[in-house]
Write a protein that binds this ligand. Structure first.
Ligand SMILES: Cc1cc2nc3c(=O)[nH]c(=O)nc-3n(C[C@H](O)[C@H](O)[C@H](O)COP(=O)(O)OP(=O)(O)OC[C@H]3O[C@@H](n4cnc5c(N)ncnc54)[C@H](O)[C@@H]3O)c2cc1C
Length: 411
C-alpha cells in the first residue's frame, strides 16, 4: 500500500480482517498531508459526527463541531493504532514496476516484491496552477495552499486570491480579516449554505442519499469527478462563507482569470451569469432536500423551507489588474490540486496524467487506487466515504489474490 492517510488505513483494516499480509509505505508520518500540507486555521468542513472510518468514529463532546488539524491528525493516528495498521513511516516509494507476476516496489529504505499494490497516495499531492504563473513579475510573491500558513507570511498590501472553492473562499476571508485588500478571481463554483432548515447542509447530503450515489447513478461522471469543492468552512459559529459573505467583509470579486498581457492580468466578464448558475444549482439541490424531507423527514427535527439571497452582482467588476502598479503584492493560487504519480512506472495513466481505473480497479492486474473523487460514490474522497469504497476494492483485491478477479472496463 502506498500512503498512510485515512484511505490507506481503511484499506489496511479490511486486509487485516481477511488476514492478507500487507504493509503501508508512508513517506512521512501517518496523516502526513494533514500535518504538512494544510494552513494553520484550517478545520474540516465536514462535521465531527460525520468523521467515521471502518469500525471507528468520532466520540467526542462536540458532534456538530469541525476538527482542527491537530484533532484530525489525532483522529487518524488513533485509528491507525486501533486498526494495528502495519505502517512503515519515512519510507518514500520512488518506483513501482510490473513484474511477470506482481510488482517491484523501490523505496528509500529498500525494495519490495508484492502481488498487489494499492495506491492510497492521495488526490491532492500537488497544487494545480495555471501556466501563466511563470510570467508573473518577480516582485509579486506567489503562494499555493501548500506554502500558505497564515496571513502574517504575506507582504503588506493587496492580495489576489485565484479560485472561489473551499480553499479560495477560506483564504480570501482570512486574509481580508488581516486588514489586507483582497481581490478574489471567481470561476465556476459550488455555492452552499452552511446550515439548511436548522441542520448542517452536509447532514442533508447524507440523509437524502446524495452522497451515497454510485457511479451508475451519476449521469456525467467526468464532470462529477471534476466538480470544485463546495464553498464551505467549518467554524464554531457554523457560518456560511459564500460570495455574499465575502463581499460583506470587503472582498472585491472579479471574473475568471483568463490570461496575462503586458504585465496585466485579464479577467472574464459575465459574473452575473456565473452567479446565476451557482444560485440555480444550489436552489435545485435545496429543492431535492425539500422533496426528500416531504417524503421522509416526518418527526425529524428540521425547520421550514428556506431560500437565500441571490449572489449580489457588483455594480462593476474590473476586467484587468496591472501587476506593475504595486496594488497587488501577492497572489494565492487556490486553483485546485492534483495527484502525483511521478513514481509510478506502470503505463496506467491517461494523457492528462490521471489513473485509468474502473471504480478503483486499475488497468494493471492487482493494482488498485482509493481516495479519488467519485471513485465509486459521490462521497469517495471524503473521510466518511472511504469505508464503502475500501471494502469493495479490497473484496476485488482478495478475489484477485485467490485467482478469481473479473476483467476491468475502464471508466
Ligand atoms: C485543503 C483540504 C481540505 C479538506 N477537507 C476535508 C474535510 O473537511 N472533510 C473530508 O472528509 N475531506 C476533506 N478533504 C479531502 C480528503 O479527506 C483529504 O484530501 C485526505 O487527506 C485524503 O486522504 P487520502 O488518504 O486519500 O490521502 P492523503 O491524506 O493525502 O494520504 C496519502 C498519503 O500518501 C503519502 N504518499 C504520497 N506519495 C507517496 C509516496 N510516493 N511514497 C510514500 N508515501 C506517499 C502521503 O505522505 C500521505 O500521507 C480535504 C482535502 C484538502 C486538500
Amino acid at each position: 500500500m502506498v500512503g498512510a492517510g485515512h484511505a490507506g488505513l481503511a484499506a489496511s483494516r479490511f486486509l487485516t480482517d481477511r488476514s492478507i499480509d500487507h504493509v503501508l509505505l508512508e513517506r512521512g508520518e501517518v496523516a502526513n498531508s494533514w500535518r504538512r500540507e494544510r494552513w494553520d486555521s484550517l478545520r474540516l468542513l465536514t462535521p465531527n459526527w460525520q468523521s467515521r472510518l471502518p469500525g471507528y468514529r468520532y466520540a467526542g463532546p462536540d458532534p456538530d463541531g469541525y476538527m482542527t488539524m491537530t484533532e484530525v491528525v489525532a483522529f487518524i493516528s488513533d485509528f491507525a493504532t486501533v486498526a494495528r495498521a502495519p505502517v512503515r513511516t519515512n519510507t518514500q516509494v520512488t518506483s513501482v514496476r510490473s513484474l511477470d507476476e506482481g510488482y517491484h516496489v523501490r523505496t528509500g529504505a529498500g525494495d519490495i516484491r508484492c502481488r498487489s499494490v494499492v495506491i492510497a497516495s492521495g488526490a491532492c499531492n500537488l497544487p494545480s496552477i495555471p501556466a501563466l504563473h511563470s510570467a508573473v513579475p518577480s516582485t509579486i510573491e506567489q503562494l499555493t495552499p501548500f506554502d500558505y500558513r497564515n496571513p502574517a507570511q504575506l507582504p503588506e498590501g493587496g492580495v489576489l486570491v485565484v479560485g472561489p472553492s473551499a480553499t479560495g473562499v477560506q483564504l480570501a476571508a482570512e486574509i481580508r480579516r488581516s486588514g489586507r485588500p483582497v481581490i478574489l478571481s471567481v470561476g465556476e463554483h459550488v455555492r452552499l449554505p452552511r446550515m439548511y432548515r436548522g441542520r448542517d447542509v452536509l447532514w442533508w447530503m447524507d440523509a437524502s442519499g446524495i452522497w451515497d450515489q454510485r457511479l451508475e447513478e451519476i449521469d456525467d461522471l467526468t464532470r462529477a469527478r471534476r466538480l470544485p469543492s463546495p464553498q464551505l468552512v467549518g467554524t464554531p459559529e457554523r457560518a456560511t462563507l459564500d460570495l455574499n459573505a465575502l463581499q460583506a467583509i470587503g472582498v472585491e470579486l472579479v471574473g475568471r482569470l483568463a490570461g496575462m498581457r503586458d504585465g496585466r492580468l485579464l479577467f472574464s466578464g459575465g459574473l452575473r451569469n456565473l452567479f446565476a448558475l451557482a444560485d440555480l444549482k444550489m436552489n435545485r439541490l435545496l429543492d431535492s432536500f425539500d422533496q426528500w424531507a416531504d417524503a421522509h423527514a416526518h418527526g425529524l427535527d428540521v425547520t421550514g423551507r428556506e431560500r437565500f439571497e441571490a449572489t449580489r452582482v457588483p455594480a462593476s467588476s474590473r476586467l484587468q489588474v496591472d501587476l506593475r502598479s504595486g496594488e497587488i503584492r501577492s497572489i494565492v493560487w487556490a486553483t485546485g490540486f492534483r495527484p502525483d504519480y511521478s513514481w509510478l512506472d506502470v503505463p496506467v495513466l491517461n494523457e492528462k496524467g490521471y489513473l485509468r481505473h474502473d471504480g478503483g480497479v486499475v488497468e494493471a492486474p492487482g493494482m488498485y487506487v482509493l481516495g479519488l473523487p467519485v471513485l465509486r460514490r459521490r462521497k469517495s474522497s471524503f473521510i466518511h466515504g472511504i469505508e464503502d469504497d475500501a471494502r469493495d476494492v479490497i473484496d476485488h483485491l482478495a478475489a484477485h489474490l485467490a485467482g478469481g478477479a473479473h476483467a476491468v472496463s475502464v471508466r
